[in-house]
Ligand binder design. Sequence first.
Ligand SMILES: [Zn+2]
Length: 487
Amino acid sequence: MNKFFNLGGVYSFAFLSTSLFASAENHSSELSKTNVYVQLDSNRTIAHKQLKELQGMDLAGVNFKKNRAEVYATKSDLEHLKNSNLTIIPKEQRQKLSADLSSYLNPTQVREQLSVINQNFSNLTHLSEIGRTHGDLPLMALEISSKPGNLKRPVVLFNGMHHAREVMSAEVLMHMAKVLTEQYGQDAEITEWLNSYRIILVPQVNPDGNTLVHNGKNMWRKNGAKYDGNITGVDLNRNYPGYWNHCNGSSGYPYSEIYRGPSAGSEPETQAMMRLVSQTKPVASISYHSYSEMIMYPFACSNVQNPSKDLFIHVAKYMKSGIRDDYNQLNTYELGTAPELLYDADGGDDDWYWKDEGVISFTIEVNSSSFQPNYNQWRNITVERQEGGWKNLLRQMKKSGFHGFVQTNNADQITYSIEKLLEKKWVAFDADDTVKKFALRSQKGLLYQLTEPGRHQINFYRENDLIKTISVEIEDAQVDLGTIVLD
Ligand SMILES: [Zn+2]
């Protein structure tokens, strides 16, 4: 009884009578799954309709180039699929679930490597514990900057592994840490970034779950939360406030792979990330996941519009242009919201980052065909092919937008909104059509914003009173507004 998943097959639990406990039957059927590939139509519109039929199932990933989706299907999912119009690709064509895990970093190794980087680059890094998991493992954040903690510098945030089995996501982050620290002083661009920003990396948001992955449950997705005395887990990327439980994009059933948790932000890992984001107010962020070769942006509910979508697309296209896929092709990642590309998914981190904290936030799904691709074949290739994506986000920090310092007695009370004048529309609305108001990025009055190019008006408010308006022409570079006196 060591693994929930045999390679490509169904693990059958030996039970007593199924008639004894109906719920026990449900639970065990959740645990015995088989991976199946579902054929997708080559017409993308039809494929998206087909994907919506998979909502609620454990969707491992989508490969639009091969027109297929992989599902870890329970017995009832298989019944549903057989009764649907969807075609299951015959078994002999399926890849086996790979489980080449031994070379991928486990939580202890991630912490050790972060400590080594921190020791080797003590002037360039700050390592901190931002929280603890249910299993009392530390959640570590590595800040990389020539002045860590400097409140006059804008923050860019990267995180990996909300989902335990997505082992490549942490590798992307660890590679990023290595590149940024080792190339400081060597590479002019990286040197400039570290001299200008605070880059914060959280390589493993879910070390409890990843411990289970390394201990035999290689398809474990959720965290280490217990229900009824057993570790059943909460899907951390369905647990954030914002649009928690808003659009049937998660489950209230603790044994579901997309269990949203008992309440919004209930999990210690979620709370740690929320504290970090609220305290550091990043300008932009990427959450790394796998697999599907996609860039997604808010919002992940089809019943919520994102009136600032153009800005997200503007930045996402630039990131996409720097990423190579598993076929070594440049600029091929799919781009869109979760409902555009897959289906509704509520409670994700990027939705909350943007909705509540004004972070230009993205989710990137790396790799095309597996959570745990052969390490020797794929690890280095994958992390190197992602470099162009996160570097383009850092390059975007110097492209269209504005920054400055607000001089005021109480930076806490100041908010600002942005209006794009040429198109007579607000660049940033909240989803309920009220004007989106951003907080300043730090107590030092730091103002830092990415925008599309164009003529913009910035409106400053103290509490709800409009106190100052600035008009600015933004081209393909950050405009320095200098000191803005509000007192
Ligand atoms: Zn994921």
